[in-house]
Each structure stands twice: as C-alpha cells, then as structure tokens.
Design a protein around this ligand. Sequence first.
Ligand code: MTE
Length: 361
Amino acid sequence: MPETTRADMIVHEQEPYNAEPRRSALAAHLVTPVGTFYSRNHGPVPQVEVGAWRLQVEGLVDHPTSFSLADLQEAFPAHEVTATLQCAGARRADLLAVRDIPGEAPWGPGATSTARWVGVRLADVLGRCGLAPGAAHVGFEAPDRSSGLVEEVRYGGSIPLGKAQGPEVLLAWAMNGEALTPLHGAPVRVVVPGWIGARSVKWVERVVVSSDPSANYYQAKAYRLLPQEADPDVLVAGAGFALGPVALNCDLLSPEPGAVVEAGVQSLRGYAYAGDDRAVERVDVSTDGGRTWAQAALQQDDGPWAWCLWSCDVELSAGVTEVVVRAWDSTGALQPRSPADVWNPKGYVNNSWARASLTVE
Ligand code: MTE
C-alpha cells in the first residue's frame, strides 16, 4: 500500500501528506511501527534515487567533501539510537480551542513517535571534514519545495555545533531495521534526538557549517515561538525565538478521550517525554479533575532519547470522569497547567496538562 494511503491514520492534509496515528495505535508499541509513525511534510515528498544521492559537507570545514551512501557506510561506524521525534505542532488542537490559529493543522498527540534509527554520527563526519575557526552552527538543506508559501522555499534548518557533536545525532538510513522509506526521508535523513522534529531534516543533501544559525525559512521565520500579539501572516526573520529542545510533555493515549468505559478498575495509558538532557521522573494521574493524584508506573527502558510510556490502574465509578495527566522532569519542572498559558500565534509547544472526559457506565 502506498505510504500516503494508510487507512488507519488521521490525515490532516493529503498533499502535502500530513498524518498522525490514532492514540490507541500509538499506545500499542514502545517502538512505533513505520506504518504507524506520524508524517509531517511541507511539500511533495521527493523520490530521491539512492544511486544519484550525494551528501555535500561544506562551509566552515577544512575539507569540503561529497559522500555517497556507500562512502558514509564504509568510512564511519554505524550506530543505532532509539529516539522519539515530536513535531512542535503536536497537541495544537487544544490551543485552537483557546483561540484560532489560521492555516495550521489541528495536530493531536500523535505527532509523536519513536523508532530505532541507524546511521553514522554527524560528529564523525564533521570530524573527518575538519572544523574551521568560527564554526558554531550546523545547517541542513533538503531538496523538497514547500507548498503554499509566497516565497520559493526549500526545506532546511540548523542546530548549534555543540548539539551536532553529540553521539546521538545521526545521519540515518534505516528505521526499525529497514531502509528509510521516501516518506520518512530516504535515502538519508538527519535525526536530532531530543529536539523538535523540524530539525531532523529528511532527504538531507547538504550540511553547511557556519558561524550563525541557518537563514532558511524554517529556522529564521517558522518554528519560532512568537509573542502572543505577533501577526503570524507577516513572519519576520529572527522574531521570537527558534525552537530547539523539546519541552516536557505527556498525554493520555488509552482509552481515547470521550470513550465510554465500564465501571471498576481501568488501566489508563499514555506517554510522557522530556527532550534533550532531561528525563521524565514522574507522571501524576487524576480522575477527579485534578483534586487528587496517583502516580503512574513508568516504562522507559529504551535509553535516554526515547519517550516513556506510563500506565495507571484507577477505580472508576459510574458518571463522567475528568482525567488529568501531568509530568515532572529531572530538573523538578512540572508542565504548565492550561493551554491558555502557552497559546502562541503559530500554535507550537502545547505542553500543558492532558485532560480527557470519560463516560463510565
Ligand atoms: N525535512 C524535510 N526535508 N521536509 C520537511 O517537510 N518536516 C520536518 C522534519 N523534517 C520536514 C523535514 C518536521 S516539521 C518534522 S516534525 C519531521 O520531519 C517529521 O518527520 P517524519 O515525517 O518522518 O515523521
């Protein structure tokens, strides 16, 4: 079945293809099957021939170099990292309920998925090319052209050199033991664990080391947290601040909000995720709208870059139950309480407490 006709996905847009799995599908696996993994595209998915593909490494490097996939695989050791990708627009649907965000899709919690990625370390490739004085940021460029923008834009972005040199950042060619599919960036994509999905550039063809962040639209104008009063129709380069590390977040995946469930003991399940160098330490679950809390059991045996799945057995009696879920991270930070606290003009980073009503019969 073509990747873009997966019947079980919630499709926000068919072209460009933007889709997320249902909560129940996401809840079923610690590592998300490729066919269930969300997909976020700003333009048509390019079909890049692996034989014709090259990666050009240039900018502030001593030895600008062009690599084929075989060059990368022969020259550097392969590494596997289990990492969660989360789109900065995940859970935007709850921000839309606060105030409209024209032109942005109502993503739910499913714009979050976890895979085992295999590739070479970006740090190894940069080391081989040699960093020149002034190197401070690493930019990525891809061939896909964005749909629906006034400007003619190809996709790109950058990360600071310090993050780029982390052992977890990969130029990946495999996902869950198989070659990347076109939808997820074949033949090679960047994987930046712990940072917003936007920085994990698919179909990457140029790595540019420079003294400044990338001037690409998706770094300089989009994927930035703008002040509440900013006009999202007039995006100004450098306005607000660029998003990088993922914010502490969580949601309920099973049962689905709005579900009708039986009275008695029910197992509530979901995910929590803390980006970059933080870990999820605690997930609290309330079945009385946040008056009292129980602690969920955490399952996070897939390393520091993967999400944490949580579960909590609760006793429910007949009526309408308001479930609230909130996570704490290793810095002692707690998620913000309400979507109204974090509303912003482009609808990014809704990491407020998760709330769901269940009807208990
Ligand atoms: N890379 C390219 N070239 N083009 C894109 O549109 N979307 C980004 C990122 N990399 C994008 C891209 C965004 S916003 C996200 S959240 C992730 O890819 C999604 O990766 P996935 O489609 O494999 O889930």
